[in-house]
Design a protein around this ligand. Sequence first.
Ligand code: ATP
Ligand code: MG
Length: 382
Amino acid sequence: MNKLKTALPVLERLNAAGHEAYIVGGAVRNYLLGLPINDIDITTSALPDVVESLFSRTVPIGKEHGTIMVITEDTFEVTTYRADGDYIDHRRPDHVIFVKELKEDLIRRDFTVNAMALDEQMQVIDYVGGRADIERRLIRAVGIPRERFREDALRMVRAARFESVLDFAVEEATIDAMISCAPLISHVAIERIVTEIEKLLGGLSPSAGIRTLRDSGLIHDIPFFKDCQELLVPDQALSLEVYIAYHLYRQWVTDRALPQLKLSNESVHMIRAGTEILSVLDSQPDLAELEMLVYRYSAELIIECQTLTADKSDIMTFWNNRRIHSRQDIQVDGHILMTHLNTGPGRWLKAALSAIEKEIVTGNLINSQEEILKWVDKHVEV
Ligand code: ATP
Ligand code: MG
């Protein structure tokens, strides 16, 4: 509610200049559900140039699609009433048509619960029965589901996303259309699909969302997932990376399928960490192995992986009791070792540093230069 109030001056400013303006989409839906509001989208009859002229701080983040970001005490995406242009190949069109009526803007939206508007008096404008569907907790396509999915096939994955995020059910005709249109998902860019699956996995009911992807047949036309022999149906929210890592770790799919997802290097890195953590946790790790694990990886990631294994170790205690946090904390470095042994660099050095690191992490060696050099004299051969 407070968050929504910050948008009222923006609506008022547009109204005062003779234009219509409403809060739309997810913010209205979450307001009616009493859920936290992420970002506030505003729709207006004003053209983008006009929006820019009415506010002192704006960014033309998607001006060709009608979207101007307006910055006041908060940021708002203000988009001119639009209808989508022709849909080619079951993908979102790259051009849009500005329209005069709020109704036209609302009925182009995906689901009834996402197709309501809120005016400056906090009155809900609902042409499609969104409020009733909120009451019944239903995800229902606006208009004829099959047509809407043929226009933009991503909407089918979005249905599963909102099913999970809101813990709603997908309405019957909508689900039927998903089953018959499922193969069309292969026309949609994987990046857009992955964004929705990531939100699905972070939702209230990821098991329901994943089952819908599976039972509708959508999963068979989504890269990477189509190659998985089995699909994890998680009983709590998971990151995309740990979800994927689990499939790789269980060898339900090979590593070769991973590039199909076109993930960032950071995500791939996290997936690699995830598979390593899962395999350690599943191997009944001893104390030293757990100490090495918290030294290498974040407690957060390990604890998330733990939800998928039988391991019950108290990771936070290991984390808080780490003896060193990184190699920088070790009281010797390569130079000190070379000087001490009066020798040059080589393969021995890397091996020696790793061994010292491991001994310190697992509490077998005190992290002082004196102790480490004594240990080196005993254990290191050059
Ligand atoms: P979130 O809280 O996750 O941001 P949201 O409802 O705002 O949820 P967005 O993906 O940000 O979801 O989309 C904003 C709004 O734009 C939606 O509520 C919906 O009205 C409309 N929309 C988004 N994607 C589509 C689509 N593919 N087809 C039709 N309408 C869409
Ligand atoms: Mg949004």
